[in-house]
Write a protein that binds this ligand. Structure first.
Ligand SMILES: Nc1ncnc2c1ncn2[C@@H]1O[C@H](COP(=O)(O)OP(=O)(O)OP(=O)(O)O)[C@@H](O)[C@H]1O
Ligand SMILES: [Mg+2]
Length: 396
């Protein structure tokens, strides 16, 4: 174990359930954009059964892999870190095709999680495998930031929902292991043959609160502090981002937690080409839309730097179902309730009040000037904004 006593930088886990939706590409892209912003990044291949991160980074046969760690040839995870052709990005590779690697033992997982904290980097990105085994879920839940990736197809959205649900239930189980009352309710809810399976998380929370007030408060707190981040990948058309909205609504209504929408990445033919040619430097070709969207996500959400533009939906979308409760909490918004922020507004994508689904927060005067054109409104700066596009182009 390393002697470093201080924690590593932020640990980000990238999961999402379905295979082939772009978890590895998203992990690699975020790492490259972070490195361009002068951050040190280590990406780990957490896809233990189907490791391929090394290939994305142009490494043919890694000389050190996680197998060396689990077979105790090296004692520290940090001994496995390898350079990549991208300055600032280093990787810890998996061992593809190695028997047993997909099924590491519980203590091996705990050891890996412990060692992650001592890697010398500003950001550690864990690229998870497909599926929702406890390996994926536990790495996801123990990260500082959990990103789920989905592509805009019903199967992917559905699996992403299930991934979020599994992760939440696992978290609740672990948090309430010592509360038999709560465990009993959770167990009943997880039984697919049981009527209670269809209950909403809010009903489960209420039942727990009814039985045990202290546990109920803790339960609500945990729900309120759980917020996976969503990146939609491989969009062919801007409008497909609506699938992200439907996932958000489903998660909020059924699981009572908020998914934070971080934005979308367009489909780019350069990605498979760069991987085929083992040219990681070409994944974010400087002229692509893909690059623009990755950089936006990194700047805004990982580095908390102001961005000069708002991608459509890059601000967290608040589902339309929230309008009534928002209006109740802030009666002043009622006056403006007839103006609901949506993609149908001509200012969508160029408005710093943007909160899709909520009543418009723009003062009436400004709204009249900008939307109704009562005065000579300033022209929209097409370079600094990201208006809804008819189609997502692949070349800039
Ligand atoms: N934005 C994109 N544009 C075009 N192709 C993409 C994009 N993102 C990913 N791909 C392609 O999709 C395929 C799957 O991507 P990737 O390996 O990242 O998925 P994954 O979710 O990590 O898969 P697995 O579950 O097998 O680990 C790759 O061939 C990659 O080139
Ligand atoms: Mg992968």
């Amino acid at each position: 174990m390393s002697t470093r006593q201080h924690r590593a930088g932020k640990i980000i886990a990238v999961g999402g359930g379905k295979g082939g939706i772009g978890k590895t590409v998203v992990s690699a892209s975020l790492a490259i954009a972070l490195a361009e912003a002068q951050k040190e990044v280590v990406v780990i291949d957490g896809d233990l059964g189907g490791a391929n991160l090394h290939a994305v980074f142009g490494i043919y046969l890694p000389r050190l892999t996680l197998y060396d760690f689990y077979s105790r040839k090296v004692s520290r995870l940090s001994d496995l870190v390898l350079d990549t052709p991208i300055p600032g990005v280093r990787v810890i590779c998996g061992a593809p095709g190695t028997p047993g690697m997909a099924n590491i033992r519980y203590w091996e997982k705990l050891k890996t999680l412990r060692h992650l904290n001592y890697l010398d980097a500003d950001f550690v990105i864990v690229d998870l495998g497909a599926g929702m085994s406890y390996n994926e879920i536990d790495f996801f839940n123990s990260a500082d930031i959990g990103i789920v990736v989905a592509s805009p197809e019903p199967t992917s959205i559905h699996e992403c929902y299930n991934f979020i649900k599994m992760a939440l239930f696992r978290k609740l189980h672990r948090a309430f292991m010592d509360e038999p009352d709560v465990m009993d309710i959770l167990r009943r809810s997880a039984d697919p043959m049981h009527l209670h399976d269809r209950r909403l998380m809010s009903q489960i929370a209420e039942e727990i609160r009814g039985r045990n007030l202290r546990a109920g408060i803790r339960f609500y707190k945990l729900l309120n502090h759980t917020s996976p981040k969503l990146i939609l990948n491989k969009l062919h058309h801007y409008q497909e981002y609506q699938d992200g909205l439907s996932l958000q609504v489903a998660v909020q209504e059924l699981l009572r937690i908020k998914v934070e929408y971080w934005g979308y990445l367009p489909y780019s033919p350069h990605v498979p080409q760069a991987i085929r040619e083992r040219r990681p430097d070409q994944i974010l070709r400087s002229d692509t839309q893909l690059r623009k969207h990755v950089v936006k996500i990194v700047q805004k959400f990982l580095l908390q730097r102001p961005v000069a533009y708002h991608a459509p939906g890059a601000r967290p979308i608040v589902p339309i179902t929230d309008v009534q409760s928002a209006a109740r909490a802030h009666p002043s918004v009622l006056e403006r309730e007839e103006r609901i922020c949506s993609i149908h507004c001509p200012l969508w994508g160029n408005c710093h009040y943007q909160e899709g689904g909520l009543p418009c927060r723009m003062p009436l005067k400004e709204y009249e000037t900008r939307v109704l054109g009562r005065q000579s409104s300033p022209p929209k700066n097409m370079d600094s904004m990201d208006l809804p596009e008819n189609s997502v182009s692949n070349d800039g």
